[in-house]
Design a protein around this ligand. Sequence first.
Ligand code: ADP
Length: 491
Amino acid sequence: MGQHLSRTVAEGRAFMQVINGQPADAMSGGRIDVVSPSDGKVFASIPAAGAADVDRAVKSSKKAFEEGPWSRMPAFERGRLLTKLGQLIEKNGDELAALESRDTGKPIRQGKADVVATMRYYEFYGGAADKIHGDTIPFLDGYTALTLREPHGVVAGIIPWNYPMQILARVAGAALAMGNTLVVKPAEDASLTTIRIAELALEAGFPEGVFNVVTGYGRDAGAALSAHPEIDYVTFTGSTMTGTAIQQAAAINNRGVTMELGGKSPQIVFADADLEKALPVLVNAIIQNGGQTCSAGSRVLLEKPIYETVAKELAARFGALVAKPHDADGDLGPMVNKKQQGQVRNLVAAAEEAGVSVLARGSIDPTAPEAGFYVEPTLFGSVDPLANIAQQEVFGPVLTLFAFDGEAEAVRLANSTDYGLVAGIWTKDGALQHRMAKRVRAGQVFVNGYGAGGGIELPFGGFKKSGHGREKGFEALFDMSATKTIVFNHG
Ligand code: ADP
């Protein structure tokens, strides 16, 4: 794919929601401008849905769940539809990558990588749909007891703007595989690929109402969706603050929730680590997607004997990083919007004012449009573990370095934030690898590697304020269903 497509895709298009198998404008007629983060210019628009649109979508999904062909479709046929959707995503991969990249500002190669992962999710859950089954349970004489895994009903998926296609895929893949129907609310800053994928789902043959999309602001469409009485389960990925609001809304109806929230994930590097292998991974884990990744490795803990050497190496690499427009495919793109750009700049400025030392700063391509939402990657050294920049999720290309003295301090520092999403451990000592992996509080632990966000097959989710419930892999299928126990008395 040339640069051309990622610069012109969807130009001037007035996107529509997908409700009950049909394109749908917002009932109010309201629209939201779609802005390219690379140049700050409007290039398309999406409907600004409100509570009435949400109600329509939920009722359509409820009908599809209760009365439509979906409720009687065998699991293997649901699986086939998911697999077919994956194939259509692959076929339309160039367009989807260009759309995601233009809409979010992420480098085009990341857009392409996201398409590959997205396709894999539908393929994985397509294959899994007919492989989840219940148990028979030894019970009293004269009885037979068994369990079924049943869908919740209508699942609400509230999706963030950082990896819209991938996060939609892990939600939709698992929810639909288990026989739920779905109402998705993508982020107002990144709705385009969600709309396209719902259109492709219709093309694949999903019945109407199974895969509905409402677009709009979180405070309007999102809030209405999470509090809707006919929603049976809510799954959310996004900021911890919004996650709390959504749980409170869902609690009005006592609905179950999966929450995949923020992180301040540590990479712990012991003195014996293979630094050649570790260094590029330490940089990539915070620079990928401009640091706008919940599982970004935003804290690097270095054992004292290697602190100076590694800090110097990282400073050299950080100093060379360049932020460029999405289609120029730099080390990173712009931030997704002005608010995010402001948040990163403010947190960096506040840390500097508080006296945290800047070891290196990357740059912004001088030819990048000034109205784009760029920030300079920043590396902070010798950070106090209690400092705000050490505790708060920045969600930008900002890395903090800490020194530690021995295993006990490494564990203490690793676990010293409110979050617990991912951790990386770097050492050649096998016993130390095992001890650390067990003592670090994180939903995923990587040893001598770091998979920020990837891994379709690997259960993913948080401890502490990083959330609860698990997505990805087979585990997501359990979150997306409930056990029904059936007891036959034939004595
Ligand atoms: P940000 O803080 O960058 O806007 P959020 O975590 O708030 O990121 O957004 C993630 C998703 O949650 C988006 O789809 C957004 O529209 C939605 N959202 C935001 N606020 C609410 C809310 N009060 N209720 C439901 N959804 C919301």
